[in-house]
Design a protein around this ligand. Structure first.
Ligand SMILES: N[C@@H](CCC(=O)N[C@@H](CS)C(=O)NCC(=O)O)C(=O)O
Length: 206
């Protein structure tokens, strides 16, 4: 097993949390390097593409969250070997990335622009996106996106729906998942209650 170091911000969410969970579920040892927000400005230029997460593999660095998800997904047994099934996982992860990027782009807007853009997103693009993701889940059997088992696609989607449902995104109603994609809301609970994930967060709370 290579020596793995995952670098991401010091909070339990978003792009860096998917590989953390995947490696935890797969029992893959790694160093969980967490950056304090106040240290980011000094570190940004040392990161490929000036962003995190990044993963060091035996001292060599790869960036881009979905690339990292695929890499650790293979190590952890959470990424299909079959090319078609793998493409379905990629499709879900890239779709989630698109929406994450659209919402993420509002974070640094001034209050007025943030309210306007988020209300526009909540009025159409987010519900449509959730419905389309839900259709993918349904096509996979309704419980998991691909392979009738947990993959990195489920983790990626879980982090998005959990964020949407948390109520922290001002001007985006916290019930937007429940109202538009009830199967995805149940999927969120299913992933959250996965024994390894439940145990991970129970240990984090101690
Ligand atoms: N396409 C990149 C986006 C990475 C990204 O935007 N990461 C955010 C954190 S989730 C970041 O580094 N933000 C700090 C900044 O933009 O200065 C990926 O998927 O990894």
């Amino acid at each position: 097993m290579p020596k793995l170091v995952l670098t991401y911000f010091d909070f339990d969410g978003s792009r860096g949390e998917v590989p953390r969970l995947a490696m935890h579920i797969g029992g893959i040892p790694f160093e969980d390097r967490r950056i304090a927000r106040q240290d980011w400005a000094a570190l940004r230029d040392s990161m490929p593409f000036q962003a995190v997460p990044v993963l060091e593999v035996d001292g060599k660095v790869i960036a881009q969250s979905n690339t990292i998800n695929r890499y650790v997904g293979k190590l952890a047994g959470l990424y299909p070997k079959d090319d078609w099934q793998a493409a379905r996982v990629d499709e879900v992860m890239d779709a989630v990335e698109d929406l994450t990027t659209r919402i993420g782009a509002t974070i640094r807007m001034d209050d007025e622009a943030k309210k306007r853009v988020r209300e526009e997103l909540a009025a159409g693009p987010i519900p449509r996106f959730l419905q389309q993701l839900e259709a993918r889940l349904k096509a996979g059997g309704g419980e998991w996106f691909v392979d009738n088992r947990l993959t990195v696609a489920d983790l990626k989607c879980y982090l998005l729906t959990r964020w949407l449902k948390s109520g922290v995104i001002d001007h985006v109603p916290a019930d937007i998942v429940d109202r538009n994609a009830p199967l995805l809301a149940r999927h969120l609970e299913r992933v959250h209650n996965h024994p390894k994930i439940a145990a991970y967060y129970a240990a984090r709370r101690k």
